[in-house]
Design a protein around this ligand. Structure first.
Ligand SMILES: [Zn+2]
Length: 234
């Protein structure tokens, strides 16, 4: 039985976090909220799972259901001030504000399958460090305080005796340290996908691509995905 749920978009950090979890069986959960990279991330998870016997991946699609009234009324049939899913939500980039909801889905999945851990590959120093930005300029939902708050919320929300723990094993690791850890764990980095776009190969321009490139550079290692982009194809 899977003992862990690993939140993932198919990227490098979650693959390392899964390895660090030391779980023989687990589930990668990709919450598909319509990001351009969703299909690439999903293909990456399928490749990662093919290489690890006890791991499976689940894709959970979220978002407003298309409304027959869409474009005229809004979500929920509101006559004014509603969002039109096809346009307004499509313009929102990244996962800003979605991380708590995603973790909630992870906790729900964990309770359904009897897993006692939900693992996230977030780091409160990786991205800022790789981009040379000052600490604290990144997103609050990558902070230790956020993980702690979520743990408190779970303990408040779940029935007594339902133990689910949120773990963020990479929380204090810089991006290069995560790469080095992954190399020691023999992570198949060519099977991951970090780019925020859904192109044939990583764009090398988005923030995630720049963080990844800086991490491999600082770790004095070659990124197999950058060297052989065709490997990324599904
Ligand atoms: Zn990119």
């Amino acid at each position: 039985m899977p003992s862990v749920v690993v939140m993932s978009s198919g990227g490098l950090k979650s693959a390392v976090a899964a390895a660090v979890s030391a779980a023989a069986e687990g589930i990668y959960l990709l919450v598909d909220h319509g990001a351009p990279s969703a299909a690439r991330g999903w293909a990456a998870l399928e490749r990662l799972c093919r290489g690890t016997g006890g791991w499976r991946c689940v894709r959970w699609t979220v978002g407003p259901a298309p409304s027959r009234e869409a474009g005229r009324a809004g979500v929920g049939g509101s006559e004014s001030g509603g969002l039109r899913p096809e346009t307004d939500l499509g313009a929102v980039s990244g996962s800003r504000g979605l991380i708590p909801a995603m973790l909630g889905l992870g906790v729900h999945l964990a309770t359904k399958i009897g897993a006692d851990r939900v693992i996230t590959g977030i780091s409160q120093v990786a991205d800022e460090g790789a981009l040379g930005a000052p600490f604290g300029s990144g997103r609050p939902d990558r902070r230790r305080e956020f993980v702690h708050a979520w743990q408190c919320m779970i303990e408040t929300a779940l029935p007594r005796g339902t133990a689910v723990r949120i773990e963020a094993p990479l929380i204090d690791l810089r991006a290069a340290e995560i790469v080095r850890l992954g190399l020691r764990r023999k992570i198949a980095f060519q099977n991951t996908w970090s780019c925020e776009q859904g192109g044939e190969s990583p764009c090398q321009k988005c923030e995630s691509c720049r963080v990844r490139a800086a991490a491999f550079r600082e770790a004095a290692a070659a990124d197999p995905l950058a060297a052989r982009p065709a490997v990324a194809r599904a």
